[in-house]
Design a protein around this ligand. Structure first.
Ligand code: SF4
Ligand code: SF4
Length: 400
């Protein structure tokens, strides 16, 4: 049976793994992390308390608390910690991984997502054979590189939601049209594509993440491409930040930076007016995590007719939609334990600007914010649109 000293040692060891330097010099219990956390008040153990409890050897209490599954990976605590402690990508996943190794199960919906990724290679549990369903009536040529490996400029990882979810499939088709209109040679992995992982490495499921990296590396290494482009900021961050740790390093870009770098080529193609007041939601992975705030705005400001207005919380201070860090599958758990749906709060903030369009650049956000617009009662006055859809409209690229 573990003694109190053993338990304290375990807690300190865990902290040692995630805090740079001497843990005793690390956290000073200032509480900035907890004060910044959008779900901190609902957590039994907020980020600050979590460190305190771990140091005191109360790991069992921390790991069995519902609050272990309430972090949505927004990165605000890590970005603001004066000691630079990596809570989001370090402490939380390490604690979750340890909890799972000790037989503590995550909430059911999250377990289902893990199972789906393991069995089918996508979080939705769809058949890998239907990966190209989004492209069924696509009106531009598509190269399936899994069948005919051809050197291309862009290997586009379409992503789970754009591959399967009808609302996101529209965005995927428009992106294909935009790439084609720009004269970019591009290809996809077709039925061979699998989930890339997430910005915080699958919410603690490090083993599953490693398997994904290993399988994806084999696939990517069979292709010749100049860069990999993704619509999903979570997958982008995983490839950019965590894959290199496993020897899988590729030139990778989120679509917002890829297109913003081609803005001079894009501008003459933006011929149609899109008369709308638009506010943009900075997603946490591309924004706060990767410090990339201007490319989405460069794209929106280039669209004739668009008037860009900012929410009070923007750029590094943006409020998370609640979908990251496994949050897509944790809404039920979070609300059951006293947390609120952050997407509802964010839609209220967007509506307060008077904007007619809430622009996004993450596949999760379309469905989250559209649901929230209904909940909040602004469905008729605030439309949620991916930046790709606004660009396509201005380019006169329509669904047949
Ligand atoms: S912000 Fe950093 S130093 Fe302050 S309590 Fe949180 S982890 Fe500790
Ligand atoms: S990453 Fe965000 S949700 Fe998670 S603990 Fe930090 S501030 Fe809270």
């Amino acid at each position: 049976m573990a003694t109190a000293t053993d338990k304290t040692d375990q807690g300190m060891e865990l902290l040692r793994q995630v805090v740079d330097g001497d843990p005793a010099l690390g956290c000073m219990q200032c509480g900035m992390c907890t004060a910044s956390c959008p779900l901190g008040t609902a957590m039994e153990f907020s980020p600050r308390q979590l460190i305190l409890q771990a140091r005191s050897g109360n790991l069992d209490a921390v790991m069995s608390s519902p609050s272990l599954w309430m972090c949505v990976g927004c990165y605000t605590c890590s970005a603001r910690c004066p000691r630079g402690i990596e809570l989001t990508d370090g402490l939380w996943p390490a604690l979750r991984e340890k909890a799972m190794l000790e037989g503590i199960q995550p909430p059911t919906e999250l377990q289902d997502a893990f199972q789906n990724i393991f069995k089918y290679g996508n979080s939705l549990g769809e058949s890998p054979r239907k990966r190209l369903g989004w492209a069924k009536d696509l009106d531009v040529p598509l190269r399936d590189l899994s069948k005919e490996p051809t050197p291309v400029e862009v290997l586009w990882l379409v992503g789970d939601y754009p591959s399967y979810y009808p609302r996101n499939q529209v965005v995927a088709r428009h992106f294909a049209r935009i790439l084609t209109a720009l004269g970019v040679s591009w290809g996809v992995l077709g039925n061979k594509e699998r989930a890339a992982g997430d910005c915080d490495r699958l919410f603690g499921e490090e083993g599953l993440f490693e398997t994904l990296v290993e399988n994806n590396k084999k696939l990517f290494d069979q292709q010749q491409f100049e860069k990999m482009v993704l619509l999903d900021p979570h997958a982008f961050r995983a490839l950019e930040h965590f894959y290199p740790r496993y020897g899988a390093e590729y030139p990778v870009e989120h679509y917002t930076t890829f297109l913003a770098d081609r803005i001079e080529q894009l501008k003459p193609l933006l011929t149609k007016q899109v008369e709308a007041t638009v506010t943009y939601h900075d997603n946490c992975c591309v924004g706060r995590r990767c410090d990339s705030f201007e490319p989405p705005r460069t794209l929106l400001e280039a669209i004739p007719g668009v008037k860009l207005v900012e929410m009070v919380r923007n750029r590094e201070n943006s409020l998370c939609c609640g979908g990251g860090g496994g949050g897509m599958w944790l809404d039920g758990h979070i609300t059951e334990h006293g947390g609120q749906r952050l997407s509802d709060d964010r839609v209220r903030q967007a509506a307060a600007t008077g904007a007619e369009v809430l622009a996004v650049s993450c596949p999760f956000e379309l469905s989250r914010f559209e649901d929230s617009a209904k909940v909040v009662g602004v469905e008729g006055t605030l439309k949620v649109r991916d930046i790709i859809e606004l660009l396509a409209e201005s380019m006169g690229l329509n669904e047949p």
